[in-house]
Write a protein that binds this ligand. Structure first.
Ligand code: PBG
Length: 343
């Protein structure tokens, strides 16, 4: 360290006296020494890639607020799944844009074995058996009002929705889904899905609970992507968590684990690193974050304006999840990051 010859303000001790010669910059001095003491690392194994599905063939529609993200017809989704598997990404998560004509207040098309989610799972499973498939059991892509549950007299009814979600899970498992990830936040859904899967011979199908899903402004671009933005009346505050709460998030996670969840997820991601940390400390179970559409859009928009280095911000945001305790991250950046990590 270079010793200063400059006159010190009266009473100021030397830096050695202040730090007792404990200098934390010592190991930051070179790339090799920084790499040597690096505590957390992002690998391709940490990535789960959420993709959007749409009807038709050979279609790739750009999602407006998510540059580089497309709605894919099933054949294109299969191609992307192949690409993901080659990159070493362990799993993909599918989200469908359902034709308006098929939506109703109960989201009944979710029970159709031939719906977009199930067709995609079958096609991907047969073409790319080495990649994990995660499907969402929530009703929102299928309801005419964009809510995650069945709407009766202005209320999202819990128990009836849970029956529908559990029935959908069995159909999704039969179509090839490896992990059911119900994102609807109804009480009792994890236990119901577990019972339904087990009763139908799907003991090996896992459950990733969207255990702590917060009522959030960061889902906007996703709702545009799957076509629920214009439909949704009101908000989801009667079932998603209040974003002011952290103890309640722990109780939600505990409940889902007691009901049989194999993994927990926190959603959105970056504004909720404290929740990830708490859950990992409390339960020591596989814990995931969903870096949601709004988080992706913010990084992309700032990059497009030349306001931040998009690639560095992307990598930093993902490593932050690892530092907070995540075992993996659902991120729209997955293939881009995998390409970078694979060199
Ligand atoms: C709804 C669902 C949401 C997302 C995935 N499934 C939130 C919502 O529409 O309320 C958000 C994903 C994202 O923003 O990337 N079950």
């Amino acid at each position: 360290m270079n010793k200063s010859t400059r006159p010190k303000p009266a009473g100021m001790r030397s830096v050695d006296e202040i730090t007792s010669s404990r200098r934390l910059r010592r190991m930051r001095k070179a790339s090799w020494s920084r790499r040597m003491v690096q505590e957390n690392r992002l690998t391709v194994d940490d990535l789960i890639w959420p993709i959007f599905l749409t009807d038709g063939e050979n279609r790739r529609e750009q999602v407006e607020a998510m540059p580089g993200v497309f709605r894919l017809s099933v054949d294109q989704a299969v191609r992307e799944a192949e690409r993901a598997a080659k990159l070493g990404i362990p799993a993909i998560a599918t989200f469908p844009q359902i034709d308006l004509a098929r939506k109703d207040i109960e989201g009944s098309h979710i029970l159709d074995p031939e719906n977009l989610i199930n067709r995609a799972s079958r096609a991907i499973k047969s073409a790319v058996p080495e990649i994990g498939i995660i499907t969402d059991g929530a009703l929102d892509p299928f309801t005419s009002h964009g809510h995650d549950g069945i709407l009766r007299d202005g209320t999202i009814v819990n128990d009836e929705t849970v029956e529908q979600v559990a029935a959908a899970a069995v159909i999704q498992a039969a179509a090839g889904s490896d992990i059911i990830a119900p994102s609807d936040m109804m009480d009792g859904r994890i236990g119901a899905v577990r019972d339904a899967l087990d009763a139908n011979g799907f003991q090996d199908v896992a459950i990733m609970s969207y255990a702590t899903k917060f009522a959030s402004a960061f889902y906007g671009p996703y709702r545009d992507a799957i076509g629920t933005l214009g439909l949704l009346k009101g908000d989801k505050k009667t079932y998603y968590l209040d974003h002011a709460n952290s103890d309640e998030a722990v109780r939600e996670a505990e409940q889902d684990l007691l009901e049989g969840a194999d993994m927990l997820m926190v959603k959105p991601g970056m504004p909720y690193l404290d929740i990830i940390w708490r859950l990992k400390q409390e339960f020591s179970v596989p814990t995931f974050a969903y870096q949601v559409s709004g988080e992706y859009a913010m990084i992309k928009a700032a990059e497009a304006n030349g306001w931040i280095d998009g690639e560095k911000a992307m990598m930093e945001s993902l490593l932050a999840f690892k530092r907070a305790g995540c075992d993996g991250i659902l991120t729209y950046f997955a293939p881009t990051v995998a390409e970078i990590l694979n060199g």
